[in-house]
Ligand binder design. Structure first.
Ligand SMILES: Cc1ncc(COP(=O)(O)O)c(C=O)c1O
Length: 385
């Protein structure tokens, strides 16, 4: 048999999605892969049912159905403070997962260097390899996950094409401050570099922290590809609706990549999602309040179990320190947790470029009942520390 492509030797299948399979195998509570166990808004489900009765069964326009693009441009114009043209500034993709891949392939030539903060959402490693780019990892130092400004500058000095910014960040829960974003923006301008953002958690931020869009900073719209999706904001991870927002010249390139990767996102779901994009501001206030409550419930159990963690400022993940346990290996710890305790987390090492093995990641996008059940299991592991 001929050999398959060598580039596939440089990354593994997703550890996060593997841990969901482990959860199913052990019938354990799955706090690994980030998706909710509660329903999306009922109006949205009703809109999807109506859309399936309508004339939306064939391909939509490849870069996005017009009604979806118009609603998205209106919503993001409000939140990003930019004047977005639905015909020029965006391309609709199959989730932020495709958006990030499209963004990388749009700006990177083979061999280009790309800065990725570590720890990082595991897709970025594969995205760089598949697009032929070479990652330069810049550490976000635990437990506060700040970067060293000089180290970041030195990375830029190596000659980079783009920087990947996950904000709010998975897995750290970090929300980059305005000062940090301004510092990154200044370097991007000085070294003529693109910034590719992944902002899927843009609406899940805990007070007093605030989300700032990189593209909204002066002079940054021209060099930022803002990737995001509807997955997390509207609890519809299975609908696979995402987008890239960027300057018209960049979007002209991104449309081509997207067209040949997937042709387009599901037409009836784009039609249905217009309902979500038109939700009033109170919807976003409500999800903030609900996620704040979920976070507080889960963190209260971590406190009771005397587990150390970095409080998340945004997104719905928390990295928990397991150095008090008699283990050197986060993967073995997670397997033990799944099998013996019935709770599934992701080994932190799958997010770090550095050899860090004392952290595991839980997510808390779950209903109260699940969080309480998971919390009670956490109390059991307290005794083992
Ligand atoms: C940072 C980040 N980006 C992208 C995704 C996937 O988003 P989508 O469902 O839009 O592809 C996730 C899902 O967990 C994520 O955490």
């Amino acid at each position: 048999m001929p050999a398959i492509a060598g580039r596939l030797n440089h990354f593994t299948e997703s550890v996060i999605r593997e841990m969901t399979r482990v959860a199913n195998q052990h019938r354990a509570i799955n706090l690994s892969q980030g998706f909710p166990d509660f329903d999306p808004p009922a109006e949205l489900v009703a809109a999807a049912q109506r859309a399936l009765e309508g004339q939306y069964h064939q391909y939509a326009i490849t870069w996005g159905a017009p009604r979806f693009r118009q609603a998205l441009a209106r919503k993001q114009t409000y939140w990003m403070g930019l004047d977005l043209d639905p015909d020029a500034h965006l391309v609709v993709t199959c989730g932020s997962t495709e958006a990030m891949m499209v963004a990388m392939m749009t700006v990177c030539n083979s061999g280009d260097r790309v800065i990725v903060f570590s720890p990082f959402y595991e897709n970025y490693g594969a995205d760089t390899i598949l697009s032929g780019a070479e990652p330069i990892y810049v550490p976000l130092h635990p437990p506060t996950f700040e970067f060293d400004p000089d180290q970041l500058r030195r990375a830029f000095e190596q000659g980079v094409k783009a920087l990947v910014l996950c904000n709010p960040s998975n897995p750290t829960g970090k929300v980059f401050t305005l000062g940090e974003l301004q510092y990154i923006a200044a370097l991007a301008k000085e070294f003529d570099t693109f910034v590719i953002t992944d902002e899927v958690y843009e609406h899940i931020v805990y007070a007093p922290h605030r989300h700032t869009y990189m593209a909204s900073l002066p002079g940054m719209f021209e060099r930022t590809l803002s990737c995001s999706s509807l997955s997390k904001t509207y609890s519809i991870t299975g609908w696979r609706l995402g987008y890239v927002i960027a300057a018209a010249e960049v979007i002209a390139g991104a449309r081509k990549v997207h067209d040949f990767l997937t042709v387009g996102a599901a037409a009836p779901l784009q039609e249905a999602a217009v309902t979500a994009l038109n939700f009033p501001l109170s919807y976003y206030e409500q999800i903030q309040a609900e996620y704040t409550q979920r976070r507080d419930v889960f963190l209260s159990y971590l406190d009771k179990a005397r587990l150390r963690y970095t409080p998340p400022q945004g997104a719905y993940y928390v990295l928990v320190d397991i150095s008090d346990f008699d283990t050197e290996d986060d993967t073995a710890f997670c397997m033990w947790l799944a099998k013996e305790i019935g709770l599934v987390a992701v080994p932190g090492s799958s997010f770090f470029a550095e050899p860090i093995r004392h952290l595991i990641r839980f997510h808390f996008a779950k209903c109260q009942e699940t969080l309480v059940a998971a919390g009670e299991l956490l109390l059991k592991i307290k005794a083992q520390a």
